[in-house]
Design a binder for this molecule. Structure first.
Ligand code: UD1
Ligand code: UDP
Length: 372
């Protein structure tokens, strides 16, 4: 028989307290590490919660993965599936198999998934098939563009999940239209929590997060969305706009884009390609920029939270709250529209609230405790 004095306290609590809850967090891509960092910090401070962290390995470069664990104090993952890159089916299928094995071993009370990547879909699907409840953070986002892989991941995940955390009222409305109101909770946006948490730290220690070689005045850009990287004409149009802009442009390059760009496009001299940076360096780059040009979901919001006008290099956005007073302008890849948007005067009205009160992680923690 086990010696009770040798059982760790958390295990003992599990043994004697049925209200203990075991949460399996699944993350695999850059923005998920950033979102999970904020929520995990809360979960792990609660003695009633035991969190197990599973990294699918979807992102694996040091500056797409490890850097976030170190910088944001995310605990070492309990499991790393090391799935890596591949087609949608190869990547998602590999994750399903790996996640299922861990679900058999860990038997969590709930699986927690984030956003809209293949890791999100695989986590939700593997769990629900084993009758393990799924909670989805950043639920209800819709672009209404079914050619986006992320849109399919979101729709399926929301449909099969048991608890949906909506970051905005638009997300609430989308879920209501799909008949999902009974399982929807308004949490606010964990990325808003995160920006509030780290902004002061960056302001206190600006030198530390400064990237050498970055000019004093610049636009900040990122490009990684499949609809841009996989269509050479779109990349050519974006870079021809960059060439005509009267600014330096700092572009931390996603590895997907780097691989596609090489040899295809002549990089204009005022475009400074840099390696992907850590989250705090990225917030610092955003805070120091004139405007932001991006096809990223997360960066559109961070620009808005940090008071930087954004030009979205897509034909639609899920984050329609950011569009008021032209804080965020949708240009697609049309060079003339991009240039006009960059040259526009600054918005006259301040940003509105609409992403919660900066306590999304608290709301998520409390709701998760009700699942058992
Ligand atoms: C994925 C998500 C996207 C999210 C983005 C965040 C899906 C379908 N897409 O897109 O929603 O916005 O993450 O950044 O899940 N690569 C490396 N090293 C890495 C990671 C990727 O070299 O560490 C390269 C590989 O060539 C890979 C390509 O990037 O094939 C694409 O990676 P993948 O994870 O499939 O999709 P992302 O474009 O990163
Ligand atoms: N980001 C980062 N380093 C970079 C580029 C982006 O830390 O070099 C952060 C960015 O600040 C935001 C998140 O990554 O918090 C957005 O991730 P990404 O654009 O890869 O994915 P999306 O949000 O579009 O799913």
């Amino acid at each position: 028989m086990a010696d009770i004095n040798r059982i760790p306290l958390t295990e003992l609590l599990f043994f004697i307290d049925v209200s203990m809850i075991k949460i399996l967090t699944i993350a695999g891509a850059r923005p998920q590490f950033i979102k999970a960092a904020t929520v995990s910090r809360k979960l792990r401070a609660n003695p009633r919660i035991k969190e197990i962290l599973l990294h699918t390995g979807q992102h694996y470069d040091q500056n797409m993965s490890d850097i976030f664990f170190r910088q944001l104090d995310i605990p070492e993952p309990d499991y790393n599936l090391g799935i890596g890159s591949g087609s949608h089916a190869v990547q998602t299928g590999g994750m399903l198999q790996g996640i299922e094995q861990i679900l058999f071993t860990e038997k969590p009370d709930v699986t927690l998934v984030y956003g809209d990547t293949n890791s999100t879909l695989a986590g939700a699907l593997a769990s629900v098939k084993l009758h393990i409840p799924v909670a989805h953070v950043e639920a209800g986002l819709r672009s209404f563009n079914r050619t986006m892989p992320e849109e399919i991941n979101r729709i399926v995940t929301d449909r099969i999940a048991d608890l949906l955390f909506a970051p905005t009222l638009t997300a609430i409305e989308n879920l209501e239209r799909e008949g999902l109101s009974p399982i929807t909770r308004f949490s606010g946006d964990v990325m808003y929590d995160s920006v509030r948490f780290y902004q002061q730290r960056i302001l206190r220690d600006q030198e530390k997060f400064h990237i050498p070689g970055v000019p004093d005045t610049y636009l900040l850009a990122t490009i990684h969305r499949a609809e841009n990287t996989d269509v050479p004409e779109n990349l050519i149009r974006i870079f021809s706009a960059f060439e005509r802009l009267p600014f330096d442009i700092v572009l931390p390059l996603h590895p997907r884009t780097r691989k596609i760009l090489s040899g295809v496009i002549q990089i204009p001299s005022r475009v400074h390609l840099i390696e992907p940076v850590g989250y705090l360096e990225m917030l610092s780059l955003t805070m120091g920029s004139v405007k932001v040009l991006t096809d990223s979901g997360g960066l559109q919001k961070e620009a808005y939270f940090l008071g930087k006008p954004c030009i979205t290099l897509r034909t639609e956005t899920e984050w329609i709250e950011t569009l008021h007073d032209r804080w965020n302008i949708i240009t697609g890849t049309d060079p003339d529209q991009i240039i006009r948007a960059v040259n526009e005067t600054l918005p006259e009205t301040p940003q509105k609230s609409g992403f919660g009160n900066g306590n999304a992680a608290d709301i998520i923690e409390k709701e998760l405790l009700t699942i058992k």
